[in-house]
Ligand binder design. Sequence first.
Ligand code: ADP
Ligand code: MG
Length: 711
Amino acid sequence: MRNFCDGNCKKSISDMYAVNVFNDTVMRERLPKATYKALRNTIEEGSTLEGPVAEVVASAMKDWAVERGATHYTHWFQPMNGVTAEKHQSFIVPTSDGKVIMEFSGKELIKGEADGSSFPSGGLRATFEARGYTAWDPTSPAFLKEDEGGITLCIPTAFCSYTGEALDKKTPLLRSIEALQKQAIRVLRALGNTTSNRVITTVGPEQEYFLVDRDLYKNRKDLVYTGRTLFGAKPPKGQEMDDHYYGCLKERVASFMKDIDEELWKLGVSAKTKHNEVAPAQHELAPVFTEANIAVDHNQLTMEVMKKVAARHSLACLLHEKPFAGLNGSGKHNNWSLSTDDGQNLLNPGKTPHENAQFLLFLCSVIKAVDMYPELLRASAASAGNDHRLGGHEAPPVIISIFLGDQLTDILEQIERGELKSSKQGDMLGVGVSSLPMLKRDTTDRNRTSPFAFTGNKFEFRMVQSSGSVSDSSIILNTIVADVLGEVAERLENSADPKAEIEVIVREMVINHKRIIFNGDGYSNEWIEEATKERNLPNLPTTVDAIPALISEKAIKLFEKHKVLNTSELFSRYEVQLEEYTKQINIEALTMIEIGKREITPAVIKYITEVSDSIIKVKSISESIDTTAQEKLINKLTSTLNNFNKALETLEKKNADAKSVTGDILNKAMFYRDEVLKVMIELRSYGDELEGMVDGKLWPFPTYGELLFYL
Ligand code: ADP
Ligand code: MG
């Protein structure tokens, strides 16, 4: 085909896509056949990787990376604090003639020593045995990171302790994927499927974020230190006009998004949709879904790339769940499904779901799993940041329920009555203009208020925090569904008539677990009432309420049974998460104290002085001039400043007291929630009141209006 740009135009997407990934195509090209086959076996079947194979792969990987300018490699891993970590090593090996050669051995590929005693371990690793190991995860492809610091070969790895306990978010994810695959295949076999070899968990994470001007951002200590604004009066305009959602992109934002797409494509991340979200300055990016393990890695990379590219555009990308009070927060939607290696989506209902016994069995297994373990799903989205978002009237409520939509709800009702006959069909939708095409109406409308919604051929878990890893919720979903599928498999395998048994199982599941299905308005107060009082569903408003589920007897039994997390790993996660919660609030409190003392108080005093001076000057002209307005203002300013100061002193005291709370980490977390956070809210209200009174030119940091609209 003729090339229209004669080499002068920019690279096409297909030229750029995955150029920085050591993926299957590259491996096939560069590895000897036998090595390639052995590696594929490891990736697909989980067979143990032999030393000589690793040796050949390492050498090919290094050659590929060095040809592209890489000088260093790093084991890239995901410690329990939800970010990614890396320690760079160069490939160089000095030779006897005073030169260097580039080398990379199989051993270096497979195993690294992370020596990271300062990563959170929740007591799993005392400092005297601080050794940690990173282990190559061949199921997620290695990639090159390109930035001002050079080009680095990144090898996705799992991170574990000297004694083999998981210290990261990848190890349990891989274990949960295996657990689910094992049970799902059993079910498929029992249903007579002999062709599928594997069941794959698929994940498509939608990522919300805010963009603000970098110079403004730098003048906000709260954003810099904590990711959210701790002060800030409401601007005259918020999101009430609904003019931002899907609105046309500002050029500066569009240019950022274009760069993000290209950077991600080079890394093999299939960024697909981008649009403006509900709040001003809020946006979303969604990739095409892929295998869970890769999707999690890709989402971590996406967050990293977003921050980096934002800086290049003199922007700051805010991933916090609630950067601005009074506006929508950001979440991450975990779109989750199961498919077979021969391409069958097990949650695809087909045209006539009522005839699709396999679909109904898998659907009801998910329903049962969620109803059995709602606390765990809730816990998977718990963090100090997300506490500000969940349960508000813009984000999913903290009560877990499932939205199924009309068609499936109707089918489940038929099942319950024991007379399954039909599937409601989506009809044609005319828009009343003859020149426009007739559209096929979906069988269900959307429901944005549900935390866990069936959306056509997948479930969408919407509680996940925007800044967190999508691994946690995937681990929980995989494990709880594996558990139910295990029971199902057991029954089918022992049944003389599996077909008849499916009907029995599905009907039982519907009857016993229908309380979790709710298609109505999840934001309404009536729902909270009904959910907690009539349906007995758990309502766990904060992280402190949610995290203890991780160490419940029920959870320990579940995770031990499926070998996803053992008891000490669960306790370590419990501790790490609560500790992170307390640390986060402590930093926020300290930041408020600093801003309060060093920025707000001096600005207010300056203004009070100006106004006082003005009274003296005015009176010097004539005692009879009325200065009531100034005097009123001074009164109001000083009384608010006094309240502000009192709250500030209380916050200082409470935050110091928090340090001495002893016993289980839960006590400390509770103290932060009930004592420290409470005063922070009070302090903020006085601060925001002062902002509304003080001369705008004297206010020490950018306002909400500037942050949100001056882009
Ligand atoms: P919305 O939720 O706004 O309707 P989309 O329809 O664009 O968004 O889909 C959201 C995400 O769901 C995308 O990342 C998409 O790739 C993902 N997705 C679609 N099918 C599946 C599936 N079978 N498994 C997991 N994720 C999926
Ligand atoms: Mg969505």
